[in-house]
Design a protein around this ligand. Structure first.
Ligand code: ADP
Ligand code: ZN
Length: 518
C-alpha cells in the first residue's frame, strides 16, 4: 500500500497543493527518516504526519497531550474517511478492546494516544505486535524542562527510541527557541540534519529598532504614519502603561490601557473596544496578548525591551494577520538593559536559569545592534533563513559600520583556543589581556590570543560578540553556563575569511536628563 502523497492530499483532504515545506517533510518521512518540524501555529503540521502515516504501511501513532484535542482530530479524520481512533485513560474497556481488535486485523490507520497511556507496559507490548508506519510526537516542546509547558510524561518519551528503533520518529512544535530545539532533538535522538524549520517569516511586517532618544517624540513620529489605524503599544510597567495611554489621549488619540492591575471588567471592556472599533491604540503590558483576534492590527510599538526574541516575535506577530503592510517599531535604551539585568539577577530563579535568561537578553540585544537585515537575524534565531529583505530599517538605511573581519577572526580563535566552553565575559577578558585570577589558573594568559584585542574596548568587544551570535557564528549553550562554541557558519567564516561589516556600537550614554519622559 504505497500511495501517492499528492493524490491523498487531493482526494482525502481536498487540497490542491502542499504548502511551504510540507511536501519535503512528507517525502522525507515516507522514505523512512526521522524529522523535527518547527512551524508556527496554523502552519499545517498535522498533514506532515498524517499523510506519511497513510502512505506508509502500518499504524501511525500520534502522541498528543490533550484529550480534547485528540477527539477533535479523530472526528475530522473519520469524516474524511480515515480509520482513526484515540486511546486514553478515559476510554471504557469495550472501546479499548475494539481498538486492539482493529489494530490486530490491520484496519486502523492512525491512533492518537496520550503519553501516559502510551508508556504503560501493556500498551507498549500491544503496539510492538503490529507494524508501525511512524510515531509522531505533537507539541514536542512539552518535553523541555525549560519550557512553560513541561509535562513529565513527555520527558519519558525517549523510551520510544529504544522500544521502536526502526520506526521513523517525528517531533512537531510551534514554540521552540534554540535551546528547546536542541533539547528536543537530543532527547528523541533525531539528528540536526533532519530538522525542518519554516513558515516564520512575516513578510508584510516592516521591522525597525531605534535607540531611545526622546521616546515620546519617537512614538509620536511613528504614530503619524498610522493615522486612523489600530495598533498596540507595549510598555514594561503598569504605571507607564497608564501614563502613556493618558498622554496619547491628551494628544487626541483614541488610546486605551490594558494591564493586570486593572479590574477585570475594565480590562475586558477595553479589549472588546479594541476588537470592534477602528483606529484604537491599545497601550498594554504583555498581559495583553492571549485571544487577540484582530486581523487589521497595523502596528506594534515596543516602548521598552521585550522579554526575549521569542516574545518580540510573538508580540510583533500580532500585526498584519490580514497580510497587508504593517509596521513594528521597538525602542531600547541602556537603562532598560541595566534594569533587565537587575530583574534577572534579583529574581529567585536558579543560577542556571538566570544565566539562560541573561543569554536570551544578549541575543535580543544582538538583534537590536545588528548591522544585518533584521529579518535575517530574527529568522536565524528560529533556524530559518531569508535573503536581505528590503523591508526593515537596516536594509533601508544601513547603519554606520566598520570592517569587523579581523575582530571576528580574533574572537573565534580565542573561543577555539580556550576550549569552546567559556562565556562572553571571559572571552572578552582574554582578548583584552586582563589580569585575572581565573585566566591565570586556566593558563589562558599563555595562549596566543591573550591580549590580542586591545584595539577595542570592553563595550565594543561585547557588542562584537553579540553581533557574532546574531550572525550565527557562535552557538550559546543556553542551558549550561552560557559557553560559546563555534558553529558550522563560524567555522566556514574562519576558513574563508570574508570581509564582514559590523555595526559601530554607540558610545555609552553620557549626560542623561534629556527632556524626555517615559
Ligand atoms: P498546525 O497544527 O501547524 O497549527 P494545522 O495542521 O491545524 O496547523 O493546519 C492549519 C490549517 O491549515 C488547517 O485548517 C488545515 O486544514 C489547513 N491546511 C494545512 N495544509 C494545507 C494545504 N496544503 N492546503 C490548504 N490548507 C491546508
Ligand atoms: Zn531587512
Amino acid at each position: 500500500m504505497t500511495a501517492d502523497p499528492t493524490h491523498i492530499l487531493k482526494t482525502v483532504y481536498g487540497y490542491e497543493s502542499f504548502r511551504g515545506r510540507q511536501a519535503e517533510i512528507v517525502d522525507h518521512v515516507i522514505a523512512g527518516h526521522n524529522a523535527f518540524v518547527l512551524m508556527p501555529t496554523g502552519g499545517g503540521k498535522s498533514l506532515c504526519y498524517q499523510i506519511p502515516a497513510l502512505c506508509r504501511p502500518g499504524l501511525g501513532l500520534i502522541v498528543s497531550p490533550l484529550i480534547a484535542l485528540m477527539a477533535d482530530q479523530v472526528a475530522a479524520l473519520k469524516q474524511a474517511g480515515i480509520r482513526a481512533a484515540a486511546l486514553n485513560s478515559n476510554l471504557p474497556p469495550e472501546a479499548r478492546q475494539a481498538i486492539w481488535r482493529a489494530m490486530g486485523n490491520g484496519s486502523l490507520d492512525i491512533l492518537y494516544v496520550s503519553p501516559e497511556t502510551l508508556l504503560r507496559p501493556t500498551v507498549l507490548d500491544r503496539l510492538k505486535q503490529v507494524p508501525l508506519s511512524l510515531v509522531a510526537i505533537d507539541e514536542a516542546h512539552c518535553l523541555s524542562q525549560w519550557g512553560h509547558d513541561f509535562r513529565p510524561h513527555y520527558r519519558q518519551l525517549d523510551a520510544l527510541v529504544t522500544e521502536f528503533p526502526d520506526t521513523p520518529r517525528m517531533a512537531l512544535t510551534a514554540t521552540a527557541d534554540a535551546p528547546t530545539r536542541a533539547e528536543i532533538i537530543a532527547h528523541l535522538d533525531i539528528s540536526e540534519g533532519d530538522s525542518f524549520i519554516a513558515g516564520f517569516d512575516r513578510p508584510n511586517i516592516h521591522y525597525a529598532i531605534e535607540e531611545k532618544d526622546n521616546p515620546r517624540r519617537q512614538l509620536q513620529r511613528f504614530l503619524e504614519k498610522h493615522k486612523d489605524e489600530s495598533g498596540i503599544v507595549y510598555c514594561l510597567s503598569k504605571r507607564k502603561t497608564d501614563e502613556t495611554a493618558a498622554w496619547l489621549q491628551s494628544q487626541g488619540y483614541n488610546a486605551l490601557a490594558y494591564h493586570a492591575g486593572m479590574d477585570r471588567e475594565a480590562r475586558e471592556a477595553n479589549q472588546t473596544r479594541f476588537q470592534r472599533e477602528e483606529a484604537v491604540i491599545m497601550v498594554a503590558t504583555i498581559a495583553f496578548g492571549m485571544g487577540i483576534d484582530k486581523p487589521d492590527v497595523r502596528f506594534v510599538a515596543h516602548l521598552d525591551l521585550p522579554g526575549s526574541i521569542e516574545a518580540y516575535y510573538q508580540e510583533t506577530g500580532r500585526a498584519g494577520r490580514d497580510g497587508l503592510p504593517s509596521e513594528a517599531m521597538m525602542l531600547y535604551g541602556f537603562d532598560d538593559i541595566a534594569l533587565r539585568r537587575r530583574f534577572i539577577d534579583e529574581s529567585d530563579a536558579s543560577d542556571q536559569r538566570k544565566r539562560m535568561e541573561m543569554q536570551k537578553l544578549d541575543t535580543l540585544l544582538g538583534l537590536a545592534e545588528t548591522a544585518q537585515c533584521r529579518r535575517q537575524v530574527l529568522l536565524n534565531y528560529f533556524g530559518d533563513h531569508c535573503e536581505p529583505c528590503g523591508n526593515c530599517d537596516t536594509c533601508a538605511n544601513p547603519p554606520e559600520r566598520f570592517d569587523g573581519s579581523i575582530a571576528v577572526q580574533k574572537a573565534l580563535s580565542c573561543i577555539y583556543r580556550t576550549g569552546e566552553r567559556f562565556g562572553q565575559a571571559y572571552i572578552v577578558s582574554v582578548l583584552l589581556g586582563a589580569d585575572d585570577e581565573r585566566i591565570a589558573r586556566f593558563g589562558h594568559d599563555q595562549i596566543s590570543t591573550y591580549g590580542i584585542g586591545k584595539e577595542h574596548d570592553q563595550r565594543t568587544w561585547r557588542s562584537i560578540l553579540r553581533q557574532m551570535v546574531a550572525h550565527g557564528f557562535v552557538d550559546v549553550d543556553f542551558s549550561g553556563h552560557g559557553g560559546l562554541s563555534i558553529s558550522e557558519r563560524g567555522a566556514q567564516f574562519l576558513r574563508e575569511k570574508p570581509t564582514l561589516m559590523l555595526r559601530v556600537p554607540r558610545p555609552a550614554a553620557k549626560g542623561k536628563n534629556r527632556r524626555s519622559s517615559g
